[in-house]
Design a protein around this ligand. Structure first.
Ligand code: AGP
Length: 605
């Protein structure tokens, strides 16, 4: 949450700063701002809303400095406004910040009592004032930042500028990601190395407690003890293909249609038997229990995989919402436990807090991560890259499919290693996974039918998604996707739970999406659907041929998915739901890639 960018060069940096922010906009888009040093003095420009609004101000006001810092905000303290936009300033100093300063109230009172004129409602604003106070006491900028770091509680990444040192950018990392780099045109700081594409070929990943001094042609990183350190270098991919819409109207649609390619890549990387189990931090034969921890959509991937691990591999598997798990009292770890942490970004604060806790308890940890340079990828005992490619839309689509595909292969692999499966079943699951690029392509063929259904959702106030078994988490994901993009109130329910309460919501015309595919649970699901149809629900069935035929008498609409092995039905069933969420949002005229109040990388708890 919140994107930080900084640049120092031999020419004005304002355009570079704005371009950097565009690439970080997925981290928050409540407001944006830049600060540069011009003629020895700080100049700040801010705008509420998307980076585009700031770009307009920059284009008309032409800030001229060769050094600057910039920020795109996801509001935590204080509503989106120019006053609360970063950079925040105190005499001589400007700061941009990602994270939360937990002791900001006490610091604010102390600073205000000392006569500092804090103007915003943010936690961030204490930082420049602390730096200014430490400098007034005779410290260098670096020492002032160090002292400030010792005063702050919380997790943060900071970039700072000071008029006294107009050729140097400072970057401090304490819990939130920050990279630094030098390229032919200058030096940079950014929350994410992808924001540096085209400027540098590699970047340095700062570690917690590091303070980077970035000059035009030189970078010095010092650790918390002040020792100069060499940190891990990561390659920065050239080009802006991830920002290119590739002919699609939105990133979400582009990413939905990228899913066959992702499936093919996962087959190439992890195909066959035994490949994924090599990534495990414990031998498959020793695993007695798996705990999967994640948030949001990643949690639903875990919830599908729970059923795969239990039914295929015969291993008890639990799923945990990271924000709950991190604070729950736990019994001591037992031998044979494996924790799998699942995250597209690899920077989700709650998931990382769980990782820390698990590592302290000595539980082996495996990260399933899309962003390979992320904290989760670095700090888990081992990690599997999801290979979904950059996901720009805030609503996760292709990363979810990648999570499911990797988890499915992992379950098959572990099942095979433990000999808990009949060989022919392993083979048919594997064959279904090999077929996934084609199956996904086929499932995406009925976009016009989805579009027609989305039209019926245009004025809906709420919608229900119902399913059983491994399709139940897909109902939850379908509901999450719809509410995220279209702001329609949507809930997912286990079909068997309806009569324990939720059925009271059903009235004449209530839109219900029922997931129904051939298999053992189809008749049970069918009975539950009939019960709500009898009470006026407007049923759309999403299912294979068998599922749709069995409910034809009560359904008003149907979205067909290709017939496939039961094992992969959850993966295929989510595709029409992604398209439904997309089209519902478009038809309601909403910003489908940047839904209100959300950010792609949730780096605060
Ligand atoms: C999905 O569409 C969401 N925007 C959100 O639920 C997301 O999956 C969640 O915040 C977890 O993110 P992560 O996978 O990066 O950890």
């Amino acid at each position: 949450m919140c994107g930080i960018f900084g640049a120092v060069a031999g020419a004005p940096v304002a355009d570079t700063l704005v371009e950097g922010l565009r690439r970080l906009e997925y981290r928050g888009y409540d407001s944006a701002g830049v600060a540069t040093i011009e003629s020895g003095g700080l100049r700040r420009l801010c705008a509420v809303g998307r980076v585009g609004s700031l770009a307009e101000r920059v284009a008309t006001e032409h800030p001229a400095g060769n050094i600057g810092i910039a920020h795109t905000r996801w509001a935590t303290h204080g509503k989106p406004s120019e006053r609360n936009s970063h950079p925040h300033m105190a005499p001589g100093v400007a700061v941009v910040h990602n994270g939360i300063v937990e002791n900001h109230r006490a610091l604010r009172s102390e600073l205000s009592a000392a006569g500092c004129a804090l103007r915003s409602d943010t936690d961030t604003e204490v930082i420049p004032w602390l730096v200014a106070r430490n400098m007034a006491a005779g410290n260098s900028v670096e020492d002032a930042l160090r002292t400030t770091d010792r005063t702050l509680e919380g997790s943060y990444a900071v970039a700072a500028l000071h008029e006294r040192d107009p050729d140097t950018l400072y970057g401090l990392r304490r819990g939130s990601p920050l990279v630094a780099a030098i390229g032919p045109q200058g030096g940079y700081l950014a929350s994410d190395a992808n924001a540096l594409a085209g400027l540098v070929t590699q970047a340095v990943c700062l570690e917690d407690g590091d303070l980077a001094e970035v000059h035009r042609d030189r970078l010095v990183v010092r650790d918390a003890e002040g020792a100069t350190v060499d940190r891990r270098l990561i390659a920065v991919e050239h080009g802006t293909s991830s920002l290119d819409l590739g002919g699609h109207a939105h990133y979400m649609l582009k990413e939905i249609y990228d899913q066959p390619r992702v499936a093919a890549l996962i087959n190439d990387c992890y195909g066959g038997i035994g490949v994924l189990s090599n990534f495990l931090p414990v031998a498959p034969a020793h695993i007695r229990r798996i705990t999967m921890i994640a948030c949001g959509t990643s949690f639903y991937a875990a919830s599908v995989a729970k059923r795969w691990f239990e039914s295929l591999a015969g291993i008890r598997a639990d799923v945990e919402i990271a924000s709950e798990y991190r604070y729950r009292p736990l019994p001591p770890a037992e031998p044979g436990e494996l924790a799998i942490l699942i995250s597209q970004s690899g920077e989700t604060a709650d998931t990382l807090a769980c990782l820390k806790r698990l590592k302290e308890a000595g539980t082996p940890t495996l990260g399933l991560v899309n962003v390979v340079h992320s904290t989760l990828a670095r700090e888990a005992d081992s990690f599997v890259p999801l290979h979904a490619g950059v996901e720009n839309g805030v609503a996760s689509t292709k990363a979810f499919i990648a999570q499911l595909l990797v988890l499915a292969r992992l379950a098959v692999d572990i099942a095979d290693r433990r000999r808990g499966l009949r060989q022919d079943h392993v083979l048919s699951c594997l064959r279904a996974l090999e077929q996934m690029p084609n199956t996904i392509t086929a499932a995406l063929h009925n976009e016009s039918a989805v579009q027609a259904l989305a039209e019926t959702f245009r004025d809906a106030r709420s919608a229900l998604f119902v399913a059983r078994g491994p399709l139940f988490p897909i109902a939850l994901e379908g509901a999450l996707k719809l509410k995220e993009t279209s702001y329609i109130h949507a809930e997912g329910f286990a079909a068997g739970e309806l009569k324990h309460g939720p059925i009271a919501l059903v009235e004449d015309g209530t839109p219900v999406v029922a997931l129904a595919c051939s298999g053992d649970l189809l008749d049970k699901t069918g009975s539950n659907i009939r019960e709500i149809a009898a009470r006026g629900a407007r049923i759309t069935v999403v299912g294979d041929r068998g599922g749709i035929l069995s409910l034809m008498d009560v359904a008003v609409g149907a979205l067909t998915i290709p017939n496939c092995e039961e094992f992969v039905q959850p993966i295929v069933s989510v595709l029409p739901l992604q398209l439904l969420a997309y089209h519902a949002a478009v038809q309601r005229g909403l910003d489908v890639d940047r839904p209100r109040n959300l950010a792609k990388s949730v780096t605060v708890e």
